[in-house]
Ligand binder design. Sequence first.
Ligand SMILES: Cc1cc2nc3c(=O)[nH]c(=O)nc-3n(C[C@H](O)[C@H](O)[C@H](O)COP(=O)(O)OP(=O)(O)OC[C@H]3O[C@@H](n4cnc5c(N)ncnc54)[C@H](O)[C@@H]3O)c2cc1C
Length: 207
Amino acid sequence: MKHPYLNDDHEIFRQSLRKFLEKEAYPFYEQWEEERLIPRNLWTKMGEQGFLCPDLDEKYGGSGVDWGFSVVINEELERVGSGLVGIGLHSDIVVPYINAFGTDEQKQRWLPRCVTGELISAIAMTEPGTGSDLANIKTTARLDGNHYILNGQKTFITNGIQSDLILVACKTDPNAVPKHKGVSLLIVERNTPGFSRGRKLNKVGLH
Ligand SMILES: Cc1cc2nc3c(=O)[nH]c(=O)nc-3n(C[C@H](O)[C@H](O)[C@H](O)COP(=O)(O)OP(=O)(O)OC[C@H]3O[C@@H](n4cnc5c(N)ncnc54)[C@H](O)[C@@H]3O)c2cc1C
């Protein structure tokens, strides 16, 4: 598909990404599907080549380029297979939240490693009992001194099994009216006490 906002620079970028994926992804994709896991070294190799979070500011390691580069990346990943969708989710959904709403300290701490692929991110909204009706999530976060006590369960989380940084949708005000006003996003790091991961689900379709 030809997009009006893609120019020659995007096409040159597309060719170099496609070449990279022909070497680093196409030959292994079937195996990854079987294992239901994309290896971490694909992430770091993509990071080395500037294929993660390209629109982020250079001060965080990004290339500061326009959104068209993300479109190219997602199109080329999809050509390999939908199993790579979590890479776009990292670059174009989770990291932009941190970039837009994080403090300077949080951005310094996480964004450079999101760009290199050392940190894999996820967003955890869905729960065993709540999907579309997000305002009805049951996960709560209660402020206790200078930190939150977060309680709840999440499911169907893209990148969930590998993620290092999880943006968790939770209720900080369970009595808010309307309900969605009580929803907040907290970041949970991989080794946060009390955090545990379930098993890798055996799903039909996208693993
Ligand atoms: C491949 C994949 C990746 C995912 N990745 C993530 C992720 O990274 N993070 C995350 O948080 N979640 C993720 N999810 C979960 C996804 O967000 C939920 O599946 C989605 O929100 C729908 O919720 P549900 O499956 O519980 O369906 P439900 O909300 O129970 O909906 C079931 C059906 O009822 C319909 N329906 C629901 N409410 C209404 C209504 N009020 N009126 C009419 N029809 C209605 C829906 O359209 C749907 O057809 C992923 C799901 C898939 C399949």
